[in-house]
Ligand binder design. Structure first.
Ligand SMILES: [Mg+2]
Length: 396
């Protein structure tokens, strides 16, 4: 059956999942983030009835084993950035809604990456492997339905509403599933015996308007018939492009670290070239066994999108950081290239001798676009599957 092309991707219990990711002793236990007021609750805590925005006192009463942890906003920002890098690696058409959710339109990708539900499954696999967090994905023919579908799929799920099956999915749901049905509207509708989206859809626009007012009436009438014409809005152009990879605890050989760096540089520069961007500064981010982090950067003389130029910069930074890596043990390598500019600026000052590697990069990109990203692999990566990254952060 045909699928919609709108994806809504939403991290599950984001703050609490980060806490459980970073402290294995919290996994499988009811965890809330925040003391006075619950900012986020793990699914174990939700199972006891704990909810976001509840007071900590009530939460403790509901759940005697509750573990309360403080918020760690720098970790949330870092995780969010990494998740959005995965989104943007999948499609350039990404609209961020908040720190932990976004709409993606994968309409243009069908030939390259397969059906939307396959793309959604791949997104979930990558966020789990590369960032260590569970994420739910809803797929539908409109943004509104995709968001309802992701909520219905939670936790850690994927739900695709087939084209033509929108109303079968939507009509049994409670009216509170509709955007714009707050407390007041909900009470007014329930007073008239209207509890489901289907019952609301059967009202004439005039009757609905007489209950909830003209603006809300038009809006709810359209939504209840599955009508939501909004597109995915991508906003302004980005100033940096990055990628990261968790490599698990334990010792890593220099070759492993280098192969990870090479694949990250390859991925990021490929995205720069496909977006016709060039960059000026290479940023290397490392996370260590003890959860400390360092950032190192290097700026090149001439902006470029060439893989080899950035690999030189990245290797130099990695070498410089080697004493720290040996000392503390590295668990995550991230890179980003910043100071982005439009690629047309490069052409003017590009000397002939550096043209060759850029042309080679372009040729590799073309083959991958046609045959998939594993069709051509730089020599250092041979023998490693895409899943090489994957000592996962989560052990369950
Ligand atoms: Mg969320």
């Amino acid at each position: 059956m045909a699928e919609g092309t709108f994806l809504h991707a939403d991290l599950d219990s984001f703050y609490a999942s980060v806490a459980q990711r970073d402290d294995p002793s919290l996994r499988g236990r009811p965890v809330v983030v925040g003391g006075g007021i619950v900012l986020a609750a793990s699914y174990e805590a939700k199972a006891c009835g704990v909810r976001t925005a509840m007071s900590g006192r009530i939460a403790r009463r509901l759940c005697p084993d509750l573990v309360e942890v403080p918020a760690t906003f720098t970790a949330y920002v870092e995780a969010s950035r990494a998740v959005f890098e995965v989104f943007r690696d999948i499609t350039p058409v990404v609209e961020g809604i908040s720190i932990d959710e976004a709409f993606l339109d994968v309409g243009g990708l069908a030939r390259l990456s397969g059906a939307p539900s396959r793309i959604g499954a791949e997104l979930r696999r990558r966020v789990k492997a590369e960032v260590g967090l569970p994420i739910s994905v809803g797929i539908a023919s409109s943004k509104f339905l995709a968001k309802v579908a992701s909520a219905a799929s939670k936790p850690d799920g994927l739900l695709s509403v087939p084209v033509g099956g929108e109303l079968d999915f939507l009509h049994p749901l409670p009216i509170e599933a509709l955007w714009g049905v707050g407390k007041v509207t909900s009470v007014r509708l329930h007073d008239r015996g209207i509890a489901t989206v289907g019952a609301l859809a059967r009202l004439s626009p005039e009757t609905l308007t007489s209950i909830v007012g003209p603006a809300s009436g038009r809006h709810l009438h359209a939504l209840s018939h599955g009508l939501d014409p909004r597109r995915v809005e991508t906003g302004r152009r980005r100033r940096s492009i990055g990628a990261q990879r968790a490599i698990g605890r334990g010792r890593h050989t220099g070759e492993e670290l280098d192969a990870t760096l090479v694949s990250l540089v390859d991925r990021v520069t490929r995205r720069m070239r496909s977006g016709e961007r060039i960059g000026r500064t290479f940023v290397l981010r490392l996370r260590f066994d003890d959860m400390t982090r360092v950032t190192r950067s290097r700026t090149v003389r001439r902006a470029t999108a060439g893989t080899d130029a950035w690999l030189v910069a990245g290797r130099a930074l990695l070498d410089e950081a080697m004493p720290l890596i040996v000392d503390r043990g590295v668990t995550l390598i991230g890179i980003s290239i910043t100071g982005l500019d439009e690629a047309e600026d490069e052409q003017l000052e590009l000397p002939f001798d550096t043209d060759a590697p850029t042309r080679l990069d372009g040729a590799l990109d073309a083959v991958r676009d046609k045959f998939g990203s594993t069709a051509v692999t730089r020599a250092v990566l041979l023998g490693r599957s895409e899943g090489f990254s994957a000592p996962q952060l989560d052990s369950h």
